[in-house]
Design a protein around this ligand. Structure first.
Ligand code: SAM
Length: 312
């Protein structure tokens, strides 16, 4: 089943991924400030990146001083992360970076639950890669429950998805992307698959443009980017598919995964929802509320007497 689910297995998207996301050094300042800001505001020190891919978010967080554990189920994507870890192994933070192969559907048994994290992150429109395998979203429920189980009481899950409500309404995905410097994306073709009248899959065909013809110059690995671009046009396209999560039903799935003991704040392109007009991405910050067992008697008394927050 893993092989069927791994859309990066043929190596095509994995090869073009660094072209798609742009240089890490060039990664939008907004994104870095946002991610750091959220993690700091919830006092997070330990982070589990469950969709690390080539490791772009993980590396950024390690460089910012977080203690990061990363996993993904695609060895083609992980190859880059492992190689970065190896190349930077003399830096203690990278030497301590744990990277595992793990599937969201079996995450708790793949990683074990002895260790929970201040924050679990699943970013870059990754979760939508998981199809609805049974037609009743049980695969989505299972993966989200596994994520919730890896979060410490009081910790957070940060998870995002494209604005599929808008894509379904308009019939196309915007090329604008808040996460990546997509200078080399020339087009994204959108197809929507319906089953019995309901949208069940969105297929995005990404077409990359030649880095040597783009005006933006990247000094550090410009040559490498050009070498990723092929003279055969079909080599410069990759296709990925997604489950089109609607905002309201996705929030309901999150509530359920945390047994309705969580506060959920949803942002649109890093902004409060009311300020975000037709955002490209929704980002959910789910805080797992501690139970009585999680808190000692003393802490329960303090928590209930000194804060307005609901714990139960
Ligand atoms: C869009 S990439 C994002 C990677 C990274 N977060 C980034 O922003 O570049 C999505 C990642 O999710 C991983 N993924 C998809 N389904 C998965 C699953 N069921 N279990 C583990 N990883 C999965 C893919 O292998 C891929 O590396």
């Amino acid at each position: 089943m893993v092989l069927e689910l791994d859309q990066y297995a043929d190596g095509k998207a994995a090869r073009l991924w660094s072209l798609y996301i742009g240089d890490q050094a060039q990664r939008t300042k907004n994104y870095k400030q946002f991610l750091k800001g959220i993690l700091n505001s919830y006092n997070c020190e330990t982070v589990l990146d469950v969709a690390c891919g080539t490791g772009i978010d993980s590396v950024m967080l390690i460089e910012e001083g977080f203690s990061v554990t990363s996993c993904d189920f695609s060895d083609k994507m992980l190859k880059s992360a492992w190689s970065t870890r190896w190349n930077r192994r003399k830096e203690p933070a990278f030497d301590n970076w744990d990277i595992y192969e793990a599937n969201w559907l079996t995450l708790t048994s793949d990683l074990g639950t002895e260790r929970q994290y201040d924050a679990v992150i699943c970013l870059g429109n990754s979760f939508a890669h998981l199809p609805d395998l049974t037609g009743n979203q049980d695969s989505h429920r299972l993966a989200l429950k596994n994520f919730a189980d890896m979060v410490k009481p009081g910790g957070i899950l940060l998870i995002d998805h494209r604005n599929y409500d808008s894509i379904l309404d308009k019939g196309r995905a915007p090329t604008r992307n808040i996460y990546y410097n997509s200078q080399y994306v020339s087009d994204i073709k959108t197809s929507v698959v319906y089953q019995n009248g309901s949208p069940v899959k969105i297929i995005l065909d990404y077409v990359m443009s030649d880095p040597s013809t783009t005006e933006q110059k990247y000094e550090d690995n410009d040559r490498r980017k050009k070498s990723l671009f092929s003279t055969n046009p079909s080599d410069n396209e990759f296709t990925l598919s997604y489950y089109p999560h609607r905002l309201s039903s996705f929030r309901a799935l999150l509530e359920e995964a945390f047994d309705h003991r969580a506060t959920i704040t949803t942002l649109g392109d890093f902004q409060p929802l009311e300020q975000a007009q037709d955002p490209a991405f929704y980002i959910h910050v789910v805080r797992k509320l501690p139970t009585v067992e999680d808190l000692g008697v003393e802490e329960v008394w303090q928590a209930t007497s000194s804060s307005g927050e609901e714990f139960f």
